[in-house]
Design a binder for this molecule. Sequence first.
Ligand SMILES: Cc1ncc(C[n+]2csc(CCOP(=O)(O)OP(=O)(O)O)c2C)c(N)n1
Ligand SMILES: [Mg+2]
Length: 333
Amino acid sequence: MDKSRLEGELAMLSQMLLIRRFEERTTQQYQRGDRIGGFCHLYIGQEAVIAGSVAATRPDDYLITAYRDHGHALARGTSADACMAELFGKATGCSKGLGGSMHYFDKERFMYGGHAIIGQHLPLATGLAFASKYRQEDRVTLCYMGDGAINIGAFHEALNMAGLFKLPVIFICENNGFSMGTHVHRSNPLKEIVNRGRGYDMPGVVIDGMDARVVRDSLAEIVETVRRESQPYWVEARTYRYRGHSMSDPGLYRTKEELDKYKNLDPIAKLSTQLIDEGKLTKEQFDEMDDHAKQVSTDAVKFAEESPEPPVEALYDYTFVHTVDGPTVAAGV
Ligand SMILES: Cc1ncc(C[n+]2csc(CCOP(=O)(O)OP(=O)(O)O)c2C)c(N)n1
Ligand SMILES: [Mg+2]
């Protein structure tokens, strides 16, 4: 394995560890009850999808996702401090404390959210891809969604237009088997979700979303095609979330056997074992990486605790109002 490939794999591993440890700290802080308000959805188990994608793309490719967004921001390089502070509703958060868990945003890193309404962000992804094509930039847009999004009207409008205008967008369905407690085969008639792109003449592939190397290699090829040809692509990444839908979900709709089966496919264990078996990483080096991820996450809690609340005047910032005698204006920005 050449040096840059190894560095890339170590980066994927450290991103996955950071996401995992960050979200474990998040769980502790959420359960205290006095620190993190609103809904909070964990990405634990799905980390290989974003780590592999980031390894296959450029930092200036557009990225947009749904509300299970902590991993997407962390892997893109938004600091754990800014991510934790956002959960705490602090002014130093990546959305200035006004968005919370479901609305991370980092324009500097071309991360266009964090969107809470299912399927809402798909037309935005089509718009981002349209913008880059119109401006003759060679960016691709990565649009992540859950399996629940494929039954929403906006999904079909967004894919239709992306297909019609041949836009450079990769729609990635993170199929974790469930929309809240509803199994994917109880919410749509398709035997294979990968076939959903066919109606829009999009090539589609199924990838193993539990294996970071597979995600990286598959996406690297797709990204190359999409960038070169300017065309949309449909990807079904099969994955699994280990935790409940949100913090308040006891997850009674799945069996212990099912959970155990997927725990054996853990993406962090998979990549670290591969690297250790190949002599590219020692157990001690792995432990050091893990300790670092834990420390960064612990430090992020401290940073969030010590950060200021947004000022009261910020209440109307980034809010759009319609005036009686004029056009829509942004208030307080
Ligand atoms: C339009 C709309 N309908 C319903 C909801 C409530 N809701 C929140 S999450 C969710 C399940 C979505 O599941 P999926 O798309 O598979 O994403 P996952 O949670 O598995 O990541 C639903 C129905 C919503 N946010 N938006
Ligand atoms: Mg799902």
